[in-house]
Design a protein around this ligand. Structure first.
Ligand code: PBG
Length: 340
C-alpha cells in the first residue's frame, strides 16, 4: 500500500517540473515551426474589392490605405496580381451610377457588380468571384432593405435581394453572399436560384453579422452609410452569442453552404462556438475597422504592422475560421511568399 502511494507520488512529480520543460520545443525557429498548431495560408483568404463605373479610376480609400475603388478597365491587371499571390477569391462590392429608394442597380443585369463579375471571369477564369448581396450601396437611404413607415420592411426586401443574387449568379458569380440580415433571405435566394437553373451556385451567408462600429471605414469605401438611423433593428446586438447560433441554424436550414461571423476580432468566441456546433465551412470577416486600426497605429510607428496583422489573422484562424475575408490578404500573401 505504502509502495503504491510512492509510485503515484513519483509519477506526479515526473509529470511536472523539472522533468517537463515546455521551453524545450521553443528553442529554434525550425523547432517552433515543426510544432506549430495553426498556419496562415493564402488559400484561405478572400480579398474584398470595390468596383465602380468610369474609366481609368484607381481611387485610394483614405481610411483604408492600399485599398482602392476600381473602374472595370483596370480590374484585370489587379485580379492577375491577386491570383499570382495565391489568393483564390475576391469579394465584390459595387458603387452604382445612381441610388434610388429601391436600389435598382443592385438587380440590374448590367449593374456594376454584374459587369465586374464578367470582366473578372474573362480575365482570370479560375479566380473565385464572391458577390456581396445587399441593397445598402444602391439605396438612396443607405439601408439594406426597402423602407416602409420609417423602418426597413423585411418581407418586401426579400424579393429584391433574391433578384440581386440571381443577377450576380447569371453574370457568372461563383458564390453569392447575402449581408443584409433580413429574416428568410437565404431561403428566398436559394429558391430563386434553384428555379432559374442555378442550383449549383453556393450561398455564403453573413449569418452572425453584428451591428458594429467596426464597419465605419467600409461605409466610406462603399458610400453606404445609412442616411437616417442605424442598422440595429436588423443586424445583431453585439453582446449576444446564443442568438448567433440561432441565426446560423436558420441559415443552414434555409440552404446556406458556408456561414460567416462578422466582425472577427471582437467576436472570436462566436467563431469558436459556431465552429464547434456546425460542420459547414465557417468564414470570418476581418472588417474594415479592424484593418484601419492596424494601419493607423502602424503609420504612427506605434506597432509593427507585419507582426500584428499576422498575429490577428492567426487568432481568427485558431478560433476556428476556415475562410478569412481580409483587406490584409495581399500584404500577408506577399510576406508568406517571401518567407517560403
Ligand atoms: C453591406 C456590408 C457592410 C459590410 C459588408 N457588407 C456594411 C454594413 O453592414 O454596414 C462591412 C464590411 C467592412 O466593414 O469591411 N451590408
Amino acid at each position: 500500500m505504502q509502495a503504491r502511494k510512492n509510485v503515484v507520488a513519483d509519477l506526479s512529480t515526473s509529470a511536472g517540473f523539472p522533468v517537463q520543460r515546455l521551453r524545450r520545443l521553443r528553442g529554434s525557429e525550425t523547432l517552433r515551426q515543426m510544432v506549430r498548431e495553426t498556419r496562415l495560408d493564402s488559400r484561405d483568404f478572400v480579398y474584398p474589392l470595390f468596383v465602380m463605373h468610369g474609366r481609368d479610376v484607381k481611387r485610394e480609400i483614405a481610411s483604408m490605405p492600399g485599398n482602392y475603388q476600381w473602374s472595370l478597365d483596370l480590374l484585370p491587371a489587379e485580379i492577375e496580381e491577386i491570383a499570382k499571390l495565391g489568393i483564390p477569391a475576391v469579394l465584390l462590392f459595387g458603387l452604382p451610377v445612381a441610388k434610388d429608394e429601391v436600389g435598382s442597380e443592385a438587380y440590374d443585369d448590367h449593374g456594376i457588380v454584374q459587369e465586374a463579375v464578367r470582366v473578372i471571369k474573362k480575365a482570370v477564369p479560375e479566380m473565385l468571384v464572391v458577390t456581396d448581396v445587399c441593397l445598402c450601396e444602391y439605396t438612396s437611404h443607405g439601408h439594406c432593405g426597402v423602407i416602409k413607415n420609417g423602418t426597413v420592411d423585411n418581407d418586401p426586401s426579400l424579393d429584391l435581394l433574391a433578384r440581386t443574387a440571381l443577377a450576380h449568379a447569371r453574370a457568372g458569380a461563383d458564390i453569392v453572399a447575402p449581408s443584409d440580415m433580413m429574416d428568410g433571405r437565404v431561403a428566398a435566394i436559394r429558391r430563386v436560384l434553384d428555379e432559374s437553373g442555378l442550383a449549383g451556385t453556393p450561398i455564403m451567408a453573413y449569418s452572425a453579422k453584428y451591428a458594429s462600429g467596426f464597419y465605419g471605414p467600409f461605409r466610406e469605401a462603399a458610400e453606404s452609410a445609412p442616411q437616417f438611423g442605424d442598422r440595429r433593428a436588423y443586424q445583431m446586438d453585439p453582446p449576444n452569442v446564443r442568438e448567433a447560433i440561432r441565426e446560423v441554424e436558420l441559415d443552414v436550414l434555409e440552404g446556406a453552404d458556408i456561414v460567416m461571423v462578422k466582425p472577427a476580432l471582437a467576436y472570436l468566441d462566436v467563431i469558436k462556438e459556431v465552429r464547434q456546433r456546425f460542420d459547414l465551412p465557417v468564414a470570418a470577416y476581418n472588417v474594415s475597422g479592424e484593418f484601419s486600426m492596424v494601419k493607423a497605429a502602424a503609420r504612427l510607428g506605434w506597432i509593427d504592422e507585419k507582426r500584428i496583422a499576422q498575429e490577428i489573422l492567426t487568432g481568427i484562424k485558431r478560433a476556428g475560421a476556415d475562410i478569412i475575408i481580409t483587406y490584409h490578404a495581399k500584404d500577408i500573401a506577399k510576406w508568406l511568399q517571401a518567407s517560403e
